[in-house]
Design a protein around this ligand. Structure first.
Ligand code: ZN
Length: 221
């Protein structure tokens, strides 16, 4: 799981261009096979899904050449409100830029419209928000996979609430949903709405990255 890419990292959610390229070199040299969620059914050993949340302009600036160079692909989870209205001080992609991404290298997926914490929302308002997210992408002629990254990686884990949430996801045609969790996923999965992602932090060294790829969570560091 990545978010922003900049020349220099200054926080956990921003990876430096140099670190990201080192990580991509490593994946490429070690025969990792990058997949989209819509190819997950043909999962093979050493499959990896690279994800980028929110829809930052710096993804558009840096990723196309890097993915092509190292024969990788990435899924970008779009929060449509951020594209329409911006987010904090950050520059976001435009719908036109999202539309122009090469589909051989990019898969677009869902990150809710409003980017609110699902823990604080009713099942109804989550459903409305997800439908809004999809309708806006549809109206912008953007092809996307019905895969959701929970905003902030959060949802209510209490069983009854979780069951309601998952039935909303099912009703809206969502095939997979991803949290953070820092674990490796195995397929076929029993938990399509609780797939885990490994949080690659801005300052992670290459050795830390390698260990995270193997173990997911790193308690030692
Ligand atoms: Zn986000």
């Amino acid at each position: 799981m990545y978010h922003q890419i900049e020349k220099q990292t200054h926080e956990d959610l921003t990876v430096s261009l140099e670190n990201l390229e080192q990580q991509f070199v490593y994946l490429n040299k070690n025969n990792y096979s990058a997949k989209f969620f819509n190819e997950i059914h043909t999962s093979a050993k050493k499959s990896i899904i690279l994800t980028f949340d929110d829809g930052y302009k710096n993804n558009f600036d840096y990723l196309p050449s890097l993915l092509e160079k190292y024969n990788l692909k990435a899924t970008i989870f779009i929060s449509t409100k951020f594209i329409q209205e911006g987010y904090k001080k950050y520059e976001m992609m435009t719908f036109e830029e999202i539309r122009s991404l090469n589909e051989n290298y990019f898969e677009i997926a869902l990150h809710s419209h409003n980017h609110q914490n699902f823990r604080n929302m009713s099942a109804d308002s989550i459903e409305k928000d997800l439908k809004n997210n999809m309708q806006i992408l549809d109206s912008e002629n953007i092809t996307y996979s019905k895969v959701l990254a929970y905003p902030y990686g959060k949802y209510d884990k209490k069983n009854s609430k979780k069951a309601n949430l998952f039935s909303v996801l099912k009703n809206t045609g969502i095939e997979f949903a991803v949290r953070i969790g820092n674990k490796i996923n195995y397929f076929p999965t029993q938990k399509p709405y609780e797939l885990c992602r490994i949080d690659i932090k801005g300052k992670d060294s290459l050795i830390k990255f390698k260990l995270k790829l193997i173990f997911g969570r790193l308690k030692l560091f």
